[in-house]
Design a protein around this ligand. Sequence first.
Ligand SMILES: Nc1ncnc2c1ncn2[C@@H]1O[C@H](COP(=O)(O)OP(=O)(O)OP(=O)(O)O)[C@@H](O)[C@H]1O
Length: 261
Amino acid sequence: MTASLPLGLSDVKTSKEIIVQDQPLKKSLPAFTTKALTKIYGEGAAAVHALRGVDLEIPSGEMVVLLGPSGSGKSTLLNIIGGLDRASEGTVFFQDQELSDMTDEQLTRYRRDHVGFVFQFYNLMPSLTAHENVELVTEIASDPMDPEEALGLVGLRDRADHFPSQLSGGEQQRVAIARAVAKQPTVLFCDEPTGALDSTTGRTVLQVLKDINETLGATVLIVTHAAATADMADRVIHFADGAIREIVVNKTKLGPEDIEW
Ligand SMILES: Nc1ncnc2c1ncn2[C@@H]1O[C@H](COP(=O)(O)OP(=O)(O)OP(=O)(O)O)[C@@H](O)[C@H]1O
């Protein structure tokens, strides 16, 4: 199934009005649809073909894991569908909104209103408490949850007044997840979210991501080298050399506590 007819964003005033008010989100549409998505860094002999015509559909509400060797294009894909970068060729739709057609301003609104990012190294502000780190986002989001509630979702309500240096790596990553979900994103992108964590702490973080997927209904896309994470996904996309090698839909999913790390 492909997305229905794309809405021409050039016809409208602001993408925020369209996405948030005029057009309610359409859960029945795929979260993302890409066609012949291509990314080439550099030119001539130095050109790097990071994505080589990727056709992909990611259903709304799924937990999706993206696996592949280093340099295969996973982060490039994440950055393009997350609105942080642009494709060289091809199209990408978020539901029925064509990201590849948006102005920079519209892409910024798309990120602000719909996208949460979680990275390997947390990116917390060291001089702000956990609560204040989350508040940085809730102050500018259109429909945020209370920072306390977001910290509660990741099990850190009682650590709200602690600074990052007073928290373990896993706790800092949970604050980063609270910050990402506090805006109630439609999609949550996680680039190596457990990359800096031991297996026990990594499982706790994966459990939090699973909870977010199930309780908030956010589509969660995880890029990882931890292949075992695939067992808890609805869908596993195997990437190689800038292209999709295989997509596996899991009939049954394991809980984070049951995956072999
Ligand atoms: N800004 C850039 N300029 C030039 N080449 C780039 C740039 N960003 C990525 N690349 C190249 O594009 C290819 C895909 O990179 P990408 O980071 O998407 O891979 P990846 O699968 O996420 O790798 P890893 O698992 O190591 O993070 C690689 O060959 C990389 O060197």
